[in-house]
Design a protein around this ligand. Sequence first.
Ligand code: C5P
Length: 237
Amino acid sequence: MEKRQELFVGKAKSVYATDDPDRLILHFRNDTSAFDGRRVESLERKGQVNNRFNAYIMGKLQEAGIPTHFESLLSDTECVVKNLEMIPVECVVRNIAAGSLVKTLGVEEGQALTPPTFQLFLKNDALHDPMINESLAETFGWATPDQLAEMKALTFRVNEVLKALFAEGGMLLVDYKLEFGLFHGQIVLGDEFSPDGCRLWDAETREKLDKDRFRQGLGNVIESYEEVGRRIGVDFG
Ligand code: C5P
């Protein structure tokens, strides 16, 4: 397979076309952004750590019967994925209150959420990814009711698989964001799953081991990502 032109430069990844219209190459860069891209830093090794982390998680999800766009690792910082038609809606599940939930609703950080919550956000940087709901998504044509139901069901299945995986490594899966797309009409998990897009706490000490270390200036960002990976069996090469 041949790598062709750069199609898109995101905040942390770049997307390339290939000679196969059904396949793309994702390049995980070292760039790390927070606060809607107002803070960007390059963190050494992040591209390779997230590339391998994501490959491992996508493999686990696929084994559990969840369709993902992941196909194969291509290099330290690149992987081959299916070319999805992305749905511009982010799905967030929360098991424990943190982040924007704490800010917008004034609830206490660390509170267990029973049952876990499910939220939709519009993927739109200029509008700061506003929270939306099924009605708005349907009316504005961002996703159909059937697609939304499937995305919700898959997002909760991911929760069961990954809560158990991280629990084995002594961690709590606090929350995470997923993005989906269509591949020949089928809803498929896209984007990435890495400590950039989820919250993970040590189960005993509740130490933050995810991107909040970057957002909150806690230091040892990539070291924590590697620690998370080691605890669940990711091979960083
Ligand atoms: O900021 P908030 O608390 O709503 O984030 C919930 C989860 O979704 C966090 O794990 C965060 O890292 C992730 N997220 C993301 N990309 C966004 C928004 C949220 O990865 N654009």
